[in-house]
Design a protein around this ligand. Structure first.
Ligand code: NOJ
Ligand code: CA
Length: 729
């Protein structure tokens, strides 16, 4: 991030310590009340006088531990942290301050981000143990963030978290967009139901995954999107997840109270902390307008500015890759048909190739040619390194070394060829979830990347985590994900981590974390299909924490045409696949289909070539979670806009205006839309393309087919000649 544009107000004051503290958001719409009830810290949040969170308790349960001491004459045993940090408190101090700054992200949805909040920091002292904690609350116009702080003190230094007891007491049986709570995967379809229905729907919601650990019949994940019966949109998540376990929520479905449920380690412990330290922020984004949730920057604002001294090496990327052909079964990651291999033992040079290996030099060159011809930045190659024969379904500690290519993948030659065409290569590191093995090789692997012209890595954590018993979202592995990002920064490498923990806005601090997967991406269209409303929900859930490598752009929906045994069908129209480049925000965007499929529809492919991946401005034109989303975004450093709209299985007519365009200017809008007879199941490739003149007065009523959508490029006309033959909208 560049320097702060301006820091406006810093006001600090001490208020008289009373049992009840109240603070309002800068615009006065939100009110936060913090107090003590029978010694327990509680808070409540209202939006325009409607309850968002009713009085809810806060606290941390500690693990009671013994410690051997060597004081004085002999060895003794001392009981530590005998009492929880959940009760027996009094408020001994409360501080407020106001903060207002505007900062510029390295990449993002908008050029300037305003960070404006009123803060309340309350000290809760537990007299019986002579310990204290601070609850810091930041109230923005779009919601609340709060965290636990544990200052350095005599009676609280090392401690183990048994459970965090943060409650979110909701005002009723809200509609929820939820995933089963899990310590190992987020790759579930979203269920839309009332909270009271979660228990009944849980069994069907828990679909199979390579690694999964559910914990409760009413456990759900964050970001959790809710809509109350009186029209409030509420999103619960976390920000700045560092050195702490990721939070799930457990629902009390009688009273509609959600409570934090942290990811445990192999021993069942939920966190090892040493003061001074703090929890991540717990976030509640709220509005009576759905679009405000999508436009919220609260989670980014709760993260720290970057400390990277240079960020000019971090660049948004549009890429193609040797990927979808393996996902669909057309080709393979592995080079041979061998059942098992061992690095350094199996002789790959003399092994018989299966003939289906995707990542061979000649084929990769075809992708490089395609990328260069159509103006892409980069090519991803998966399955280039030895070990894939042993990748899936085994929990094995040493599958990959990240530097040994298969005999048919010529790293140096591809480096030379890609450079000659101005194309960057994206390396793939499937860690096979053997985390220590990856750390062991990390420096060597990153050096190898730099030496061979790769400036971005897609990493992956498929299967159960090694060491055995650890989970994908515990404190220890969260630290690993961050270690991989900061280490990569040392080599000026950008990271796109799949199967890693849900993002929490860390890309503000570590902008080389250019995307994550952490949800059910396009790959599932090949594993049975995503629900047609999936992309009308993800921006309200998964994308709240950061960009997703969703890998859109599939033009051939009948996957048996790629691989005869694949019976999956992509649940989307082709026009909607174009819209996803706008609706699924990411500075890293893949054109995921095969070149041969793009070559069949070059007129529609033009939108993917034209669309930007970095933005100066973003407007949500229409939004309702589960039904539809329409965005307009202004391409970085230009006066051009791109519009994308996605809808559910019902189809609809979208009504949008162009009033954000410059007054007095004319633009050429190319509208890529579903044809009247398009349908995501039966006729997905029926689309129309038309060019019209638009101004800031124009309005559009655009049909979207079931499971469809539309995409528009809006390019400023440079002269009247360009407008010849075109009609106004
Ligand atoms: C799962 C990832 O999401 C996918 O993109 C990748 O191709 C496979 N793992 C193989 O690592
Ligand atoms: Ca995945």
């Amino acid at each position: 991030m560049r320097n702060l544009l301006f820091v406006v107000i810093w006001v600090c004051c001490f208020v008289t310590v009373s049992e009840a503290q109240t603070v309002k958001s800068p615009n006065g719409n939100l009110q936060l009340d913090v107090s003590i009830k029978n010694g327990v810290p509680v808070y409540a949040l209202q939006y325009k006088n409607k309850p968002v969170v009713k009085e809810s308790t806060l606290g941390i349960q500690l693990k009671e531990e013994t410690k051997i001491t060597f004081k004085d004459t002999g060895v003794g045993v001392k009981q530590i942290n005998k009492y929880d940090l959940t009760g027996g408190f009094a408020i001994t101090k409360a501080e407020t301050r106001q903060f207002d700054e505007t900062w510029q992200p390295v990449w993002g949805e908008v050029k300037n981000i305003r960070n404006n909040y009123n803060e309340l920091a309350v000290t809760f002292t537990q007299a019986s143990t002579d310990r204290y904690i601070i609850l810091r609350f930041r109230l923005f116009n779009d919601g609340l963030g709060f965290r636990y702080e544990f200052p350095l003190q005599k009676n609280l230094n090392y401690f183990t978290i048994k459970e965090e007891k943060t409650q979110f007491a909701l005002s009723g049986d809200h509609k929820a967009f939820w995933l089963p709570g899990d310590f190992d995967t987020e790759e579930y379809s979203t269920v839309t139901s009332n909270l009271s229905e979660v228990r009944g729907k849980m069994k069907d919601a828990v679909t199979e995954n390579a690694s999964q650990t559910t914990f409760s019949p009413t456990g759900v994940q964050t970001p959790l999107m809710l809509k109350s019966k009186d029209g409030l949109y509420i999103n619960i998540h976390e920000a700045a997840l560092i050195d702490y376990s990721a939070m799930n929520l457990n629902l009390d479905d009688k009273n509609f109270v959600l409570e934090s449920f942290l990811t445990p380690d192999a021993r069942g412990d939920k966190g090892y902390l040493q003061t001074p330290c703090q929890s991540p922020w717990r976030t509640i984004v709220v509005s009576d307008k759905a679009g405000d949730i999508l436009e919220s920057k609260l989670i980014l604002n709760l993260n720290e500015p970057t400390k990277y001294t240079s960020t000019d090496w971090i660049k948004p990327v549009k890429y193609v890759g040797v990927w979808w052909e393996m996902i669909t079964g057309k080709s393979t990651w592995s080079y041979t048909d061998l059942e098992s291999v061992q690095l350094g033992v199996t002789d790959f040079v003399h092994a018989r190739p299966s003939g289906k290996h995707g990542a061979n030099t000649q084929h990769v060159k075809e992708y490089i040619d395609f990328a260069a011809k159509h103006g892409f930045d980069a090519v991803l190659v998966e399955g280039w390194n030895v070990g894939w024969e042993d990748w899936f379904g085994k929990t094995k500690d040493y599958v990959f070394d990240f530097v040994t290519p298969y005999p048919d993948f010529d790293v140096q030659e591809l480096h030379r060829y890609a450079s000659s065409k101005g194309i960057k290569m994206i390396m793939h590191h499937e860690t096979s979830s053997s985390v220590r093995n990856y750390e062991r090789f990390m420096d060597t692997a990153y050096k190898f990347m730099v030496a061979n012209g790769y400036n971005a890595v897609k990493s992956g954590y498929v299967g159960n985590i090694l060491p055995r018993g650890e989970h994908h979202y515990g404190q220890w592995i969260n630290n690993h994900y961050l270690y991989a990002i900061t280490k990569a920064a040392g080599y000026k490498i950008m990271v796109n981590a799949h199967e890693a923990v849900h993002p929490t806005g860390l890309s503000r601090t570590y902008p080389n974390l250019i995307a994550n997967e952490s949800a059910r991406g396009t790959e599932y269209e090949s594993f049975g299909g995503n629900n047609p409303d999936h992309t009308t929900i993800l921006p309200f859930t998964r994308l709240m924490g950061g960009p997703m490598d969703y890998t859109p752009g599939i033009f051939e929906m009948n996957l048996s045409k790629l691989s005869p045994t694949n019976t999956s069908h992509v649940n989307s129209t082709l026009a909607r696949q174009l819209a996803l480049y706008v609706t699924m925000y990411s500075p890293l965007q893949m054109a995921a289909d095969l070149p041969e499929n793009y070559n069949r529809f070059l007129d529609a492919f033009q939108f993917i070539k034209d669309v930007a991946v970095d933005w100066d401005d973003t407007k949500v034109l229409e939004a309702e979670p589960g039904d539809y989303i329409t965005y307009a975004r202004k391409a970085k450093g230009t006066n051009n806009w791109f519009i994308g709209s996605t809808c559910d299985e019902n189809g609809r007519t979208s009504n949008i205006a162009f009033d954000y365009l410059d007054a007095g200017k004319k633009y050429i809008a190319t509208i890529y839309a579903d044809a009247k007879n398009a349908h995501y199941k039966t006729n997905p490739q029926a689309y129309t393309i038309r060019k019209v003149i638009v101004t800031n007065k124009s309005k559009l009523a655009q049909y979207c087919a079931p499971g469809g959508g539309y995409a528009i490029s809006v390019i400023e006309a440079r002269n009247d000649n360009e407008l010849k033959g075109l009609r106004s909208l």
